[in-house]
Design a protein around this ligand. Structure first.
Ligand code: DOR
Ligand code: ZN
Length: 349
């Protein structure tokens, strides 16, 4: 039933999330598993997940950390390196271990040091992926020190993304956590094999918010938030009803100490209230009727999967987001810390 105060939609999936490992995994994964049916699990552990056996073992650890009450499927990804073996990827995909491969340009973000230094080095891998229909998930930022941090995504499109799409025209690509109007335009103008995920936080704040009244380390993530014009382009894209844009939270927990430091880590922990945040944005854009497509339909369609059978309910009730969350032996500051939101995730129906 959908009336003014209740929203019942197909259960969403999260097409990009970091659930970490060890104690942190146990502390954070159920925030994702309670809202989402499936999630694409990022492989940037230390060391990264670069072979099928490591992915199998990581999947077992994730499932062991998920509460029994949740029916949750982690979809595993392979971290691409300069020397990655295309045979390993092909077998891992055929065996249902890997759903996709993740391209981190070396040095672009957290635990990306083993990433790809030159796209030419993985041409054989991209060729294989194109042939077998395996999606490539792209962290789209150049890492050159002479490129301003706010320009790194746009320059990546010109220098790298355009080359990949030219050389591998049938490769399925998710341009992840897009942050610019250039990325929106690139995806819109590309074929149906190119899509993008959009995070809740890039829909909510722009780069000025990171410095409002002082430096706000909990809003720092990569790709970094851009100017307001870009945020508005993202909001238009997400709420447009275009199947090329779908949900990927990029929830990336770091302990409060790792964030509030002289060299703070990048990442926003948005998993605990992810759907509430997206719902608020869609409502502000008068587009609540477009939320289900974005959150629950277009992602599976891109990946060639069925939408979830279950439904979830959101109700219009003001909630207050906790200032901090105790996660195992540490504290993490959630996205929207201390704020009020107008929608509450009730649960599955
Ligand atoms: O902000 C980010 N945090 N961006 C990334 O690409 C990685 C992530 C993390 O793993 O912390
Ligand atoms: Zn990420």
């Amino acid at each position: 039933m959908n009336d003014k105060n209740t929203l019942t939609i197909t259960q969403p999936d999260d097409w990009h999330v970091h659930v970490r490992d060890g104690d942190m995994l146990a502390g954070v994964v159920n925030f994702t598993a309670r809202q989402f049916g499936r999630a694409i699990i990022m492989p940037n552990l230390a060391p990264p997940i670069t072979n099928a056996q490591a992915a199998r073992e990581y999947r077992v650890r994730i499932l062991a950390a998920v509460d029994n009450q949740h029916d949750f499927t982690p979809l595993m990804t392979c971290y691409l390196t300069d020397n990655i073996d295309p045979g390993e990827i092909e077998t891992g995909f055929a065996d249902g271990v890997f759903t996709a491969c993740k391209l981190y340009p070396a040095g672009a973000t957290t635990n990306s040091d083993h990433g790809v230094t030159d796209i030419g080095k993985i041409a054989n891998v991209l060729e294989t992926m194109q042939r077998i229909g395996m999606p490539l998930l792209v962290h789209g930022e150049v890492t050159d020190g002479d490129i301003d941090i706010f320009d790194r995504e746009a320059v990546f499109i010109d220098r790298i993304m355009s080359k990949i799409t030219r050389d591998f025209p049938a490769l399925k690509i998710v341009f992840e956590h897009i942050t610019t109007k250039q990325a929106v335009a690139f995806v819109q103008e590309s074929g149906t094999n190119i899509a993008a995920t959009i995070t809740p936080h890039h829909l909510v704040y722009n780069r000025s918010a990171m410095f409002e009244g002082g430096i706000r380390p909990h809003l720092y993530c990569l790709p970094i938030a851009k100017r307001e014009v870009h945020r508005l382009a993202l909001r238009t894209a997400a709420t447009s009803g275009s199947a090329k844009f779908f949900l990927g939270t990029d929830s990336a927990p770091h302990s409060v100490g790792a964030k509030q430091s002289a060299c703070g880590c990048a990442g926003v922990f948005n998993a605990p209230f992810a759907l509430e945040s997206y719902a608020a944005t869609f409502e502000q854009e008068n587009a609540l009727d477009k939320l289900e497509g974005f959150a629950s339909i277009y992602g599976p369609r891109f990946y060639g999967l069925e939408p979830n059978k279950r439904k979830i309910v959101l109700e219009r009730t003001e909630i207050e987001i906790p200032k901090t969350l105790d996660i195992t032996d540490t504290q993490i500051i959630p996205f929207h810390s201390g704020e009020r939101l107008n929608w509450r995730f009730v649960g599955l129906v």
